[in-house]
Write a protein that binds this ligand. Sequence first.
Ligand SMILES: Cc1ncc(COP(=O)(O)O)c(C=O)c1O
Length: 368
Amino acid sequence: MSRQGPGEPAGAPVSRPGPRPVPQLDAIGGYVMGRPSAAEVERGAKLSSNENPYGPSPLGIAAAVAALPGVNRYPAEPGPLRERIAVAHGVSSAHVITCAGSDEVIHLVCSVYLEPGRRMILGSPPYGIHRIAGQLSGADLMRVPLVDFVHDLPAMAAAARPGDVIAVTNPHNPTGTAVTPEALRDLLVAVPRECVVLVDEAYHEYMDDDVRVSAVSMLDLHPGLVVSRTFSKAYGLAGLRVGYGIGQPETLEPMDRVRMPANVNAVGMAAAMAALDDREHVDRSVRMTREGRDRLAAACRRLGLEHVPSQTNFMLVRDRDGWPEALAAEGIVVRPGANLGVPDWHRVTIGTPDQMDRVIAILERVAG
Ligand SMILES: Cc1ncc(COP(=O)(O)O)c(C=O)c1O
């Protein structure tokens, strides 16, 4: 069981006298954010961080602006936002925890449910924050290789012991692939009741209608199921850092007890509530993204360029003929797979129609 995966940077060595981080820090390479600089964004397109290229919801912006004069005060209690989210999912607000991005849900799960001797079971390659949060808790990582880029849920279930956290990213980052609802249900009934199953649904909205089943509908199958969601992707609010978890009240309560008291900022809270009412913006973002994804997949098929069919707002495309460098030369920045655990691939965020025109034209020029 290795602590460091392919392409993950090693932790920084400490050589001078001074405080020593906890020992598990030695093995943790930090999270590498998608580039680029502002100048590159201006010149081309930032297709490296799976952001929404259609901007924030206009209703969300208006609500955020309206909240600004009140920011001398600490944020209000998160009750109204939780209630609004609960209604959207058909659960009670006790089933909801709101956080500073869904990454905070992941950190809270790991800090509350992991310790040395317990294990974080995750796909290999994993979503980077699952790895970092698991390692930080002092737990051992148990990496279960993806099969054909998809989580091997039977192998993950077979490995699970009481006290483990099992992280399933659905659809997965960096591969864009989804597991079937049947396989997820099988895992939930198979693993010990004393596990937490964290299903990260950051990209749920982008899934095709015929396969889009949320694990929220499976809450009754396992007491430790926690489903994380975000306003960062389809809702276009990544910069405001709002996400949430849905689970049984008894599972979420310890997480709620130890979270930072005002973890969701006042502006983000106001914007998220308004964005939930802005169906038009979400629907348009999702529809346009799916169209761009289909166009990119079709172009790859035409060019014989290996790619992984995606259920998200990004796609993994195999390196060939220097296409990533050709994009970079025109200011279009995509994410190298080397630091995502998929060397020889690049991850392309689906951009606007104009951006996809440019990407596809460059692919045709260099890989055609
Ligand atoms: C799988 C996955 N989960 C969570 C996140 C983080 O989301 P948030 O902005 O809500 O912290 C990302 C962001 O890229 C992601 O890819």
